[in-house]
Write a protein that binds this ligand. Structure first.
Ligand SMILES: [Zn+2]
Length: 315
């Protein structure tokens, strides 16, 4: 089974994805973006959140949900340091001595850690072993029709330190000013989860784990997505720049085989997704499409999709 979610989220004055600090200036990630204006194409630079940043947040939630279901997570991933068995030093913590057979290496890693099973890894030694992530996440980009209203703007802040004249030395100052570039936009992003890839070897396509363990890991993966979207716990600087806004729309499609919802950066993404699914249905594919807009909250839509997957025996 395959799950694809399109999310529209309004985020005002957010600093969810900062890319560099130059002196006292923290810069928001920005990407070139193609838009059409008066029948002509032009490129504008808009604030964005990287897929890497969203994927990191998802895997943090996955750690918590997996541990909550008594499923294995390795020590590195437990600390939210997703090295992913990248070399001998990290792999030895899971299997020692390290086997020569790539299949045995993959099996040992998948058995030892839900995050590396679901989120993939690259063991860059001899022999190299690579496992693709069972989940995919796009960049969050401003919705096309209103992309020109998306902005990044630096905000001035000051840090103060209490000092009397005697403790003042050299360049030490009572006050330091700094700027945080904040973004404001209606963002759209896509999240996909291939439930059939969980607990299954990427080398042989054979299951590595037994059915009940695979079902448990699928449940943890779905709960992690639910929690991430419901809590808004993704991106950086949440302590002082928690974005003002929230999810405005969300679509969830569940299909037998891979299918990705039309990107929510387009205004007609819900209708187009539905039309595309109807064609698949005429070819014999079962599907579920749930939409959360004015009539339904995102949690209701996600829960409906989870119930459907439960009925279908996915977890
Ligand atoms: Zn791990």
């Amino acid at each position: 089974m395959f799950l694809s979610v399109g999310v529209r989220v309004e985020a005002n004055v957010e600093a969810l994805n900062m890319v560099e600090t130059a002196g006292n200036y923290g810069k928001h990630r920005r990407v070139p973006y193609l838009i059409e204006e008066d029948g002509k194409l032009k490129t504008v630079y808009v604030p964005a959140l990287s897929g890497e940043s969203l994927a990191h947040a998802y895997q943090e939630h996955l750690v918590k949900e997996a541990l909550g279901l008594d499923l294995p997570v390795c020590d590195d991933c437990k600390r939210n340091e997703f090295y992913k068995s990248m070399n001998k030093v990290h792999l030895k913590k899971k299997v020692d001595p390290i086997p020569d057979d790539p299949k045995k290496i993959e099996e040992a890693i998948v058995r030892a850690c839900v995050v590396e099973d679901v989120g993939g890894f690259l063991y860059a030694e001899k022999p190299p072993v690579r496992r693709s992530s069972a989940f995919q996440v796009s960049y969050a980009l401003p919705v096309k029709s209103v992309a020109l209203f998306a902005t990044s703007e630096p905000q001035l802040h000051a840090r103060h330190a209490q000092m009397d004249a005697s403790s003042k030395k050299g360049n030490a100052s009572e006050q330091m000013i700094y700027y945080v570039e904040t973004g404001t936009a209606l963002y759209g992003f896509t999240f996909n989860l291939d439930l059939d890839a969980i607990g299954v070897s990427a080398i042989t396509s054979e299951p590595i784990l037994d059915k009940s363990e695979i079902k448990g890991r699928r449940e943890a993966s779905l709960k992690a997505l639910f929690r991430m979207l419901s809590s808004g716990q993704f991106g950086a600087k949440l302590s002082r720049f928690f974005p003002v806004g929230g999810i405005t729309e969300l679509v969830v499609a569940v299909t037998e085989h891979p299918f990705v919802v039309t990107s929510p950066i387009y205004d007609d993404y819900i209708e187009r997704t539905e039309r595309r699914l109807k064609v698949l249905e005429s070819l014999g594919e079962d599907y579920l499409l749930v939409v959360a807009d004015s009539g339904k909250v995102p949690e209701e839509a996600l829960k409906e999709a989870m119930d459907y997957l439960g009925e279908k025996g996915a977890f």
